[in-house]
Design a protein around this ligand. Structure first.
Ligand code: 9MR
Ligand code: ZN
Length: 575
């Protein structure tokens, strides 16, 4: 290389390095340039949302932070007006054209603003997926947690629990703690398991033994199934001799916050409910189908249990207890009350039909599936599982499906997908929630929609639904008004103070990673304090505020589904 060339390139490098220094000085963490902090898939849509005036600014840049190279320059578009959900005008900076793998940031040089660093790569969601699935291990009850991390504890809740207000006792150890509290609720365990098992059902090739830091690592069974089995074994204990399933195991009231093994209160088993029984029938049939390959004996016991639950439901066609489970007088705490069990029964009929091909389940489905078809169907959640029933039905082998039902459901979802696309135009962050859906657990409502969008994409192969699902993931992972991911353990830009008794008692502000928090909630206000006049901002990262910042297995499980669905692309390509 000539001296002149060397000199020139040194100067160029110096200039880049210096400007790089300045770039790094920009306060990215509280940046108004909001991105998905994990990043974007190479082939997907990519954009940042900016909530600060950019008037007079013409362009933004995408900088590769590994070499400070500017890989893309884009025009600043027109500002979009404030919406009713978030209340701020915003710019959408699109850089979908950047598709090379690497580490990047968005830079607006004229006003010295930058985003946090993010990746573009095929395995960009692996970390979030892996930690969220692994977080279920730390929810295990009745066993010591000991996998070489700082979140260890001795075994908790091993005593038998007594049936509510009797002296009769039963072993109901095991399972997953529900959330920040240590209650165990059958309805919610079944729904959470379903998200995880449906992921396996869709993309079996991704899941192997040895992927998670759990004790069963090395037993030749995919770790995702080992974790699921832990909860399934507990659900089996929750089934009564007559086939019905007890609604929950829980103390009578909240008395304080403890490490799991120090929880002093007696726990009770509450009555059997039809929502718990039907959810159980569905998920044990689903699990039986999946476990057949690895553990035929366990699969058989799940099948028998599912059929027994169904037989019990058949004898009692009306919801029980009347109007759904309610906490007995004087009992406070998780209720999971639901006054409609027809969606749970429908779901059970589909999974039992899929497992056994027994026509009686099909007949039940065909007689009932249309009854649930209202003009504005409630989104998938612990309470509304109709989507599980419909989508699972579509996945039955053609020879066993009814054409009319198949067409009915397919058409319904095409319309539903179009409606969700329209909804995403109503706010600057492109989410499908409308302003009335920021209630307790709004993040899980959004993730429920996201599950549906992925299914609609599977049915139609229309990329716009896949892209819309990814836009929802962008919101969850930092492209939101706060700029942080609504889950724990993704570095500085994620939740630090969830309501999670175990994490907080053990190790404040270093919570178990991978747990999704409830999210903005404009309907319930802790101590009557409104966090924002805009529903999408009614949130704080405060460990006392369980109404917005509690974690729960049914918030994390759909995230496992969505992030898992978009993960491990590298493995897919190799196969
Ligand atoms: O996720 C549940 C939400 O839909 C309800 O509105 C709320 C109040 O009943 O309860 C939420 O679930 C909590 C459960 O009852 C107890 N464990 C913690 C759960 C998350 O906050
Ligand atoms: Zn426990």
């Amino acid at each position: 290389m000539s001296t002149i060339k060397l000199l020139v390139s040194t100067i160029v490098l110096l200039v880049i390095a210096c400007s790089g220094k300045k770039i790094n000085d920009f306060p990215a963490q509280k940046s108004p340039v909001k991105v998905n902090i994990e990043g974007y898939l190479p082939s997907g849509l990519k954009s940042a949302i900016v909530t600060k005036s950019l008037s007079g600014v013409e362009f933004f840049e995408i900088v590769n932070t590994e070499n400070n190279e500017i890989v893309y320059t884009g025009q600043i578009p027109e500002i979009e007006p404030a919406d009713a959900v978030f209340g701020e005008p915003a710019y959408k900076l699109d850089f979908s054209n950047v598709s090379g793998s690497g580490t990047y940031k968005v830079l607006i040089p004229k006003i010295r603003l930058s985003s946090v660093e993010f990746q573009i790569s095929n395995d960009v969601y692996n970390r979030a997926f892996q930690t969220s699935l692994e977080s279920f291990y730390y929810q295990r009850c009745g066993t010591k947690i000991d996998n070489g991390t700082s979140w260890s504890h001795s075994a908790c809740h091993l005593d038998d629990a007594s049936f509510f207000d009797t002296n009769k006792e039963k072993d109901v150890s095991g399972g997953w703690h529900d959330a920040g509290d240590y209650g165990k609720y059958s309805v919610n365990t079944s729904v959470s398991l379903a998200f995880i098992l449906y992921l396996y059902d869709h993309q079996k090739y991704k899941f192997k033994d040895g992927q998670l830091n759990i004790p069963e690592n090395g037993n030749s069974v995919p770790d995702l199934l080992d974790e699921s089995k832990w909860a399934l074994k507990w659900l089996l204990k929750m089934q009564s001799e007559n086939g019905g399933v007890y609604h929950k195991v829980q103390k009578k009231k909240w008395t304080g916050e403890y490490l799991p093994q120090d929880d002093p209160d007696a726990r009770y088993i509450y009555e059997v409910s039809s929502t718990a029984t039907a959810g159980f029938a569905a998920v044990s049939a689903l699990a039986s189908r999946i476990f057949k390959e690895f553990n035929p004996k366990f699969a058989d016991s799940l099948k028998t249990a599912s059929e027994r639950a169904w037989d019990f439901l058949e004898k009692k066609p009306n919801i029980f207890p009347e109007n759904g489970f309610k906490n007995p007088e004087g009992v406070k705490g998780g209720e999971y009350g639901d006054s409609n069990d027809s969606d749970e029964r429908l779901w059970a009929s589909v999974e039992l039909y899929r497992l056994t091909k027994n026509e009686k389940y099909h007949t039940y489905f065909l007689d009932n599936y249309k009854k649930l078809h209202g003009p504005t169907p409630p989104p998938l959640s612990w309470k509304n599982v109709k989507e599980f029933a419909y989508f699972s039905y579509l996945n039955i082998e053609n020879a066993y499906k009814d054409n009319e039902a198949t067409n009915f459901i397919t058409e319904k979802y095409k319309r539903y997908g179009a409606e969700l696309l329209r909804r995403s135009e109503n706010n600057n962050y492109r989410i499908v929630l409308d302003k009335d859906e920021f209630y307790w657990g709004s993040n899980s409502v959004l993730l429920g929609y996201c599950f549906s969008l992925i299914q609609i994409y599977e049915i139609t192969q229309d990329e716009s639904f896949k892209n819309l699902a990814l836009e929802q993931l962008n919101y969850l992972l930092g492209r939101n008004p706060f700029g942080f991911a609504y889950l724990t353990g993704l570095g500085k830009n994620s939740i630090r103070q969830p309501y999670h008794q175990f994490s907080n008692e053990l190790n404040s502000f270093l919570p178990v990673p991978g747990m999704v928090v409830g999210g903005p909630n404009s309907k319930n206000k802790l101590n009557g304090i409104s966090l924002s006049e805009y529903p999408g901002k009614a949130f704080e990262d405060n460990h006392k505020n369980y109404m917005v910042n509690e974690v729960a297995i049914n918030y994390t499980a759909p995230f496992v589904f969505v992030s898992g669905y978009f993960s491990f692309k590298a493995i897919k390509n190799n196969n």
